[in-house]
Design a binder for this molecule. Structure first.
Ligand code: CUA
Length: 337
């Protein structure tokens, strides 16, 4: 048991730091909610300790009384009853006051959250799918829309409004370092505002059980400085070059003729499927399959060879490929930067 205690503490503290921290203060919303959490935590700690001290005093006092044989026999003296009455009135008053202070603090935090959410500089539509995230940066001009999957880039110091929807079941987007959770509900639109305070890389996770691969539904979040964000955005608007020879060209032709192109979109090519993640710049991402594998040669090869191995139950079928074809498709995917 003694050995288990530090282990338990370690598991609890593991949630307090890093790229996926439920105690994250890396966004205005997270920091405001965290500040309110601190107020509640320390108030209740003080109240708890106070009650425990009173309980200890009562136990000691009761024991002394029994030793002195006073016990609980007979009526208590009148002064003692008056003392109890004023004591209880004071306690009721203090409880009401503490609850009122916490309610007022909650109200002020709520107002500050509303202010931080106002006037978003950017709007992104995130759609939940079993089990990946479709990400679309909105713009009135369709050629300025950046479409990606399983990654979210945000400019630091700006407010971004994320509109959320789902095509199948209820999911929940949770970027704990930046803000609280928001559900993605089929047939309904919800929204979540984010205001990252500094640059960094964070991991978001689907926070609503949505089926077999719920745990493999992560979102890679990058907060860039505004300049780097603009560079990333501009790159996202460009089409990747079509291979002109070698394995990559063979892979490109296979990609267009096999069923890949009916599910996946690669801008600037005939592949325009919309039911699976957009692959236009897949090689520039850090992960594929919603954080399941790295977006590199080995990750692509392992995924294409057997998608059901790494993520059983996902909707990508295994396409039978010879080793040469697999190498070609992998080489093509690596060019999608
Ligand atoms: Cu999507 Cu859990």
């Amino acid at each position: 048991m003694r050995r288990l205690l530090p282990l338990g503490a370690l598991v609890l503290l593991a949630g307090c730091a890093g790229i996926q921290s439920s105690n994250g203060r890396d966004g205005t919303h997270g920091a405001l909610i965290g500040g309110l959490f601190d107020k509640f935590l320390w108030t209740t700690v003080v109240v708890y300790l106070f009650v425990m001290v009173l309980l200890a005093l009562a136990i000691v006092h009761g024991r002394d009384n029994r030793r002195g044989n006073a016990g609980l026999q007979g009526e208590p003296p009148v002064e003692a009853e008056h003392g109890w009455r004023s004591g209880l009135t004071a306690f009721a008053g203090a409880t009401t006051l503490i609850l009122a202070v916490l309610a007022i603090a909650t109200w002020f935090t709520d107002r500050s959250l509303a202010r931080a959410s106002a006037n978003p500089a950017l709007e992104v539509e995130v759609t939940g799918n079993q089990w990946w995230w479709d990400v679309r940066y909105k713009d009135p001009v369709s050629s300025y829309i950046v479409h990606t999957a399983n990654e979210l880039h945000l400019p630091a110091g700006r407010t971004t409004r994320i509109t959320l929807k789902s095509v199948d079941v209820i999911h929940s987007l949770w970027i704990p370092n930046l803000a609280g959770k928001q559900d993605l509900i089929p047939g309904r639109k919800t929204a979540l505002e984010l205001h990252p305070l500094h640059t960094g890389r964070f991991r978001a996770q689907c926070a609503e059980f949505c089926g077999m691969q719920h745990a493999h539904m992560a979102l890679d979040v990058s907060v860039d400085d505004p300049q780097a964000f603009s560079t990333w955005y501009a790159a996202g608007l460009k089409n990747p070059p079509i291979p002109t020879g070698g394995q990559a060209l063979a892979g490109y032709l296979l990609f267009q003729t096999l069923q890949c192109s009916s599910c996946h979109n690669v801008s600037g090519t005939p592949a325009s499927g919309q039911i699976a993640p957009d692959l236009t710049h897949v090689a520039s991402r850090r992960t594929i399959a919603s954080g399941t594998l790295p977006a590199n040669h080995d990750g692509f090869a392992a995924w294409v060879q057997d998608p059901q191995q790494a993520k059983p139950g996902n909707h990508m079928p295994k396409v039978p490929l010879s080793p040469a074809e697999l190498a070609a498709v992998t080489a093509y995917l690596e060019t999608l930067r």
